[in-house]
Design a protein around this ligand. Structure first.
Ligand code: SF4
Length: 561
């Protein structure tokens, strides 16, 4: 039996695309379990295709699946419905199954209004989906009743079976990376928090379940062997059990996995020991949900964290050369100029080197959504509108769109203005074992200011001088190839090609294999009209595809001169 698992496209273009472009890990777990049971499974990531449903239709015609499973989030449900419709037009017998957080909390809505949806899988989906596939394969519609964790139509009416118990031992699930490549991995399921805007507590439950460290690192090993070097540890709260995290870190080091990774945590769970091991094992960024500087708003969001914990987490994370990123939410009830100022004050206090600001959204499966339904008298039919989500301020007469957009602008602007100051205030550990890590951390940040995301933001002042200062500080810790490349490119941008070549020569003396530096040096020579010297650089580049267009251009320019 052929099964296609689809991650559908979103309704709107995303600002932080990296966070949603990858299919949720659950799809890979389901795919792996089906494969172990002998099914022919493929995963199709359609997040990139946008409105071009013809690409998807072609793929469905080619693959001709009997069952299509969709990983449905709130914001991609229309994408899933459109593909389901196309699929049924291509093959009216194809069975459409919706799963994921969107299907879990809106199963009745989908089964009531969209006859193209045949089944929903609710919550933890691996075993319910497998049992459903088996029942469909055997053509046993009567056995549907006994499958826990699914919803379907019975005599035209949506019905839901009981939820199964959570999987007791997560290690019993096959390791998805035996079969698939992906970069988002998770060690845990569940979060003890109970934030009013978040669907995790009801989806996974508040009791945290763990994989073993051995299972988790084995998963990384499979991916590492196939060339993957960067990962998102997407657990809601990776640091919930310090001893287990340290165990993972030690295994990563023992196995010589030269990887880097991002993690997510609550601020009240970090300490020096765990940060030490995380950095040693390749962690370069931790994101923390800070949400607001206003205690009143944090209380409304049920985010029980204290300013001193936030400050401590940001200081310690930076101290160990890990970028501490803050998530903020604005536009909650009672948001006003004073609460925005409190958030700005907190930003100045904790000095995050990266921050993301979201407008408060209302999603099904959250306490906030329950409150919204109660107060507004609305029901799930609101999702018949072609909207991705409901922004809280749209439901509150005390808040206007104009106010909220102005608050967002003010927060971002305050953060951007203060960034050079935050970068200059970095205090790093003087542990000798961290010298290279410190150089790596400072040079990465410098590159963000000189040529990365921050370089493109007008509101950030003193970008060049901040980058230069960071590059120079990095060199004070250890030689670092990114420093020479970054400074060489900065000189090039200033038109100082000779100085750029001198710096890059110095860098190449230390890092002779660095192709980017060879390329940059060759370009500086070209700018000086020194085509033979430029060719000498390009021809030493190991990556032929990288060098080829420059070699051609060099020959062309050389002939013309
Ligand atoms: S926002 Fe984070 S801490 Fe709060 S419930 Fe969700 S996952 Fe847990």
């Amino acid at each position: 039996m052929k099964i296609l698992l689809i991650y559908p496209p979103f309704l709107e273009a995303r600002v932080h695309a990296e966070e949603i472009n990858a299919p949720p890990l659950g799809l890979y777990y389901v795919g792996a379990l089906l494969k172990e049971e002998g099914y022919d499974v493929e995963i199709l990531n359609c997040a990139h295709v946008g409105k071009d449903s013809e690409i998807v239709a072609r793929s469905i015609r080619e693959k001709n699946p009997q069952i299509i499973g969709f990983s449905v989030l709130q914001a991609n449900r229309w994408g899933a419905l459109e593909i389901a419709e196309r699929s049924k037009a291509i093959n009216p017998n194809v069975i459409v199954v919706f799963g994921g957080i969107g299907a879990t909390f809106l199963w009745r809505h989908f089964l009531t209004h969209f006859n193209k949806v045949d089944f929903c899988v609710l919550g933890e989906g691996e075993y319910p989906f497998l049992k459903l596939v088996k029942a469909i394969e055997k053509g046993h519609p009567k056995s549907l009743k006994s499958i826990k964790g699914i919803a379907y139509r019975n005599n035209g009416r949506p019905v839901k079976n009981a939820r199964p118990l959570p999987i007791k031992d997560l290690d019993n699930l096959p390791i998805p990376s035996k079969y698939f490549d992906y970069q988002h991995v998770a060690f845990t399921r569940g979060c003890p928090g109970n934030c009013t805007f978040c669907g995790s507590p009801r989806f996974w439950g508040r009791r945290v379940r763990f994989h073993s460290a051995a299972y988790f690192v084995k998963q990384l090993q499979y991916l590492y062997k196939r060339g993957l070097r960067f990962f998102y540890f997407s657990d809601d709260t990776f640091l919930i059990n310090k001893a287990r995290v340290i165990d993972i870190c030690k295994r990563i080091i023992e196995q010589n996995l030269e990887i880097s990774w991002f993690a997510i945590s609550r601020v009240d769970l970090v300490d020096e020991e765990v940060l030490y091991w995380m950095r040693m094992a390749g962690c370069t960024q931790i994101s923390y949900g800070v949400e607001s500087g206003s205690e009143k708003i944090r209380h409304f969001l049920n985010k029980n964290i204290q300013p001193e914990d936030i400050k401590k987490a940001f200081d310690l994370t930076t101290h160990y050369g890990i970028l501490a990123r803050a998530y903020f939410i604005y536009g909650a009830p009672g948001e006003n100029q004073d609460t925005i100022q409190e958030t700005i004050d907190l930003i100045h206090h904790i000095k995050p080197l990266s921050a993301i600001f979201y407008i408060l959204d209302i999603f099904p499966g959250t306490a906030l959504y329950d409150m919204f339904l109660k107060q507004s008298g609305q029901n799930d039919d609101i999702w018949l509108q072609k909207i991705e989500d409901i922004l809280y301020f749209e439901t509150d007469p005390h808040l206007t769109e104009e106010m909220i957009f102005a608050f967002g602008k003010e927060l971002r602007s305050a953060f951007h203005k203060a960034l050079p100051h935050f970068a200059n205030a970095i205090e790093l550990t003087d542990d000798a074992a961290f010298r290279e890590f410190n150089a790596d951390f400072l040079s990465r940040l410098a590159m963000t200011f000189s040529h990365g995301d921050y370089a493109k933001i007008e509101g950030i002042p003193h970008k060049n001088s901040t980058a230069k200062h960071l590059y120079e500080r990095a060199l004070g810790y250890a030689p670092n190839d990114r420093v020479y490349l970054g400074l060489g490119m900065m000189k090039q941008r200033e038109g100082k090609f000779g100085e750029s070549i001198t710096l890059l020569d110095e860098g190449l003396g230390l890092f002779p294999e660095n192709d980017q530096m060879k390329l940059c040096k060759g370009i500086s020579h070209m700018n000086l009209g020194e085509f033979q010297e430029a060719l000498g650089c390009f021809e030493r580049i190991g990556d032929v595809n990288l060098a080829k267009p420059y070699i051609t251009e060099c020959h062309r320019a050389s002939k013309a001169s």
